[in-house]
Design a binder for this molecule. Sequence first.
Ligand SMILES: *Cc1c(COP(=O)(O)O)cnc(C)c1O
Length: 398
Amino acid sequence: MDSNIPMPDERGYFGEYGGQIIPPDLVVIMDEIKDAYLEISQTKVFQDELNDLYANYVGRPSPIYYAKRLSEKLGGAKIYLKREDLNHTGAHKINHCLGEALLAKHMGKTKVLAETGAGQHGVALATACALVGLDCEIHMGAVDIAKEHPNVTKMKILGCTLVEVTRGTQTLKDAVDSAFEEYLKDPVNFIYAIGSVVGPHPFPMMVRDFQSIVGKESREQLLEQQGKLPDVITACVGGGSNAIGMFTGFLNDDAVKLVGVEPAGRGLDTDDHAATMSKGVKGSLHGFECYNLQDENGEALPVYSIASGLDYPGVGPQHCLLKDLGRVDYVAVDDDECVDAFMTLSRVEGIIPALESAHAVAYAMKIAGDMSPEQSILVNLSGRGDKDVDFIADKLGL
Ligand SMILES: *Cc1c(COP(=O)(O)O)cnc(C)c1O
């Protein structure tokens, strides 16, 4: 873990974002996790164990691939892909789930709890818990359970307890409430594993640190392979974990332009998007301060994206600060552009991306033609599209 990263401050703030917007007794619990994390993550035992799993279980380092045919088709900058889709379980989420599960084990916790929406975080966490031998309990809305068949089955096979949430809208928001209630029954022995760089301090910091392997590797690989850094680096932004993991490796390289891509859904001028940075306001959500999509009463608005991993009404606090500082640009890509990129990458390169990742691919496709072949773009391909193929086939009538 990089000790040069100055953020967040003592109270978990990135500028005016982040913090712990939670009751005082919960602050005590979160601070215990923070202290344990800061101590345990610095030990050689923990680092050796995590690095060994990254290498021999996940398959790190993930390759950087030059997408030659795609680049030539667009006739401009060279496009490179960081292949997080090749990780065990098929996405970047395993990077922080392994970190969280190992931390839970070192802290002597008996049960790991989480919510899941589409099931991606649930599967990655259930995998990590099976591996380290910890009980895992995942709360999921009944509506989502009915929709996400393969992920539900995987979680059951992996041995986690799947709790069907039937209250409210029976989706992600209710699953969060339900899982959190269970957690509060015994926070000494249980731990709540958040699935992105969101929630109260220390989670935005901790999840970022675990994901920063992506940017660190990319920087070394590019310098070794190309002898230079790319002109633009782009990644999709839901909560923001794959993007911040990548960007962390390049924040001090001023010549490298960093671009986060949010989902514009059916359009920024409709209610059906999840473009938190483009359309959100400052406020608090799920225990931290961030830009978020809320109504006049401060209630989170329903959000939408074709990529269910991106439909979160808030965004990680460090991203909010990076936006205000102007260090990272945030743009939005809509469903149609996403599907076009999904199909193009599949047919030109033989790589089926996750719909989430296809947002970043779409942005690269938009700008590549206006750049020169001496320039390059690195896309963080956060996950593979196996989970999305039936949906796309239905949508396109394949
Ligand atoms: C969950 C997910 C995302 C969105 O989460 P972030 O925290 O924004 O990275 C992006 N891509 C894939 C493949 C995912 O599974």
